[in-house]
Design a protein around this ligand. Structure first.
Ligand code: ADP
Ligand code: MG
Length: 471
């Protein structure tokens, strides 16, 4: 870890690079208050004055930062941010950052009684949708409850209250960005708050798989097992990632049994219900369904406004109500995107001052267009299937039962489930107000039919690629 004066020199060089690659306005707005706190071969720790800075930089300037640091150090770095105005630049942070550990370990660090405020800075993932804040901020307190998530929320609360004794396992499923990970962390935080000595382990199934493989390679499987099998609460996120990974599934199966036998709590999440995860062993599907399975769907407009309001408050930014309503009306597919839009608007306001809805529309154009495309897709699926089977579009929502109509309608529901992120309930709605169970049945029936009928399988594959090409 370089000494303070080396850090200063490094930062001066990097700043010069940054100045050359972005506008002076943008530099002075977003980077003048930034401090370089620590640097290692592959990670850089930066302090920023507030969360708007962090979010805006993550969304817009990571490539520029990457290039500027890369030009000086010749390395590819990951970036970690700390929002800390008071400590910025005093060097106090450097020490704190040295102990920075990934969030998974932070959640696990229960013996040390790591309070949320002391939790390490989050790790930045280089993907299109940056994390909105450190996961230590995911609590029940800041989770907005609405019709779309009230059952999931209630189940999460019950589990946090009496781990291992209410629903076990608890299985959340739903589309991306709807709050599954948030609720898992909220359970973890709540259990830790109540029982500081409880061992809470949070891990994604992807990381579970990676660590399992690493343990096999380094002959440290006993240690790996101990870590998971001694957990009081095991939170495994995104289990659909276990699909097709046989040895990891096998290992997980034994972990699962050991914990359940000991009345330890298991919480799982996935983008779909257990039975729909492809290439997941039956015995795991069965176990995942043992306890309680609960779906999170897209929030309705009122809930979306409430989420935006809460988020604006926590970011301490002043975004007028008409803009919150504008964002909520245009963006419905995920809370993550909702927040992304809010940050954009808030950042714009902090740069330029008051904003009209026309300006917001301009600023959010790409996001709004993407939402509109999402919204269209069930309609597109229905059109393509109807045209291919030579039935009327109206039959997609009708109650007619002859097989010549019912079969294509079921196939269209199946394709809607496969190709969109809509929930069963939403798909049912788009097919003439059918219920959740009807859509589930349609999906299963379609899969059965395709299994037995190769010609139908080819036909559906052709329709599918037509839809994916845009019709
Ligand atoms: P998922 O795991 O389902 O993909 P996340 O839990 O990561 O989604 O949620 C995406 C973002 O939206 C996170 O920043 C999370 O805090 C936020 N979020 C989701 N649902 C809510 C809610 N009901 N209230 C407040 N914030 C929410
Ligand atoms: Mg998640």
């Amino acid at each position: 870890m370089p000494a303070n004066d080396q850090l200063e020199t490094l930062w001066n060089h990097v700043s010069n690079h940054l100045c050359a690659s972005i506008s002076p306005d943008a530099y002075s707005r977003w980077f003048s208050g930034m401090k370089l706190c620590a640097a290692s071969d592959d990670a850089i720790w930066l302090a920023v004055p507030d969360s708007i800075h962090q979010l805006w930089i993550e969304m817009n300037y990571l490539p520029a930062l990457q290039a500027a640091f890369g030009a000086i150090t010749g390395a590819h770095h990951r970036f970690r941010f700390e929002v800390n105005e008071a400590a910025a630049g005093t060097g106090e942070l450097a020490g704190a950052f040295e102990s920075a550990a990934p969030i998974a370990e932070a959640v696990e660090e229960t013996e040390a009684g790591l309070a949320p405020a002391e939790a390490p800075a989050m790790e930045i993932a280089f993907d299109a949708e940056p994390p909105v804040e450190g996961r230590d901020a995911c609590t029940f307190d800041n989770f907005v409850v609405g019709a779309s998530n009230e059952y999931a929320h209630a189940a999460a609360r019950a589990v946090a209250e009496r781990p291992g004794r209410s629903y076990n396992p608890l299985f959340f499923f739903g589309g991306s960005g709807l709050g599954k990970t948030h609720l898992m962390h909220a359970i973890g935080a709540e259990v830790r708050a109540k029982k500081p000595r409880a061992r809470v382990v949070y891990i994604t199934s992807e990381e579970f798989t990676n660590q399992f493989i690493a343990a096999l390679q380094t002959h440290s499987i006993a240690k790996f097992r101990k870590r998971f099998r001694q957990a009081d609460v095991l939170l495994i996120d995104d289990v659909h990632f276990l699909a097709g990974k046989e040895r990891s599934q096998e290992e997980f199966f034994h972990t699962f049994n050991a914990l359940l036998d000991g009345n330890k709590q298991i919480v799982l999440s996935s983008d779909r219900p257990p039975a729909e995860i492809k290439d997941l062993e039956n015995r795991l599907v069965t176990r995942f369904e043992w306890g309680h399975t609960t779906e999170i769907t897209r929030p309705d407009e009122e809930t979306r406004v409430a989420i935006l309001q809460r988020k604006a408050e926590s970011l301490e930014v002043d975004v007028p109500r008409y803009l919150l309503e504008f964002i909520a009306a245009g963006i419905s597919s995920s809370v993550r995107r909702l927040q992304g839009a809010l940050i954009r608007v808030a950042s714009w306001i902090s740069l330029h001052g008051p904003m009209s809805t026309d300006q917001a529309e301009e600023l959010l154009r790409d996001m709004l267009q993407q939402e509109a495309r999402n919204g269209l897709s069930i309609d597109l699926i229905q059109r393509c299937v109807a045209a291919n089977f030579d039935i009327r579009l109206a039959d997609m929502v009708s109650r007619k039962r002859p097989a010549s109509i019912a079969v294509p309608r079921q196939l269209a529901m199946y394709l809607a489930r496969e190709l969109t992120t809509e929930s069963y309930q939403e798909i049912g709605g788009a097919f003439g107000g059918r219920d959740h169970g009807t859509v589930m049945h349609a999906c299963r029936a379609s899969e059965e039919r395709m299994k037995e009928d190769a010609a139908l399988r080819r036909r559906v594959a052709a329709i599918r690629s037509q839809i994916e090409r845009g019709g």
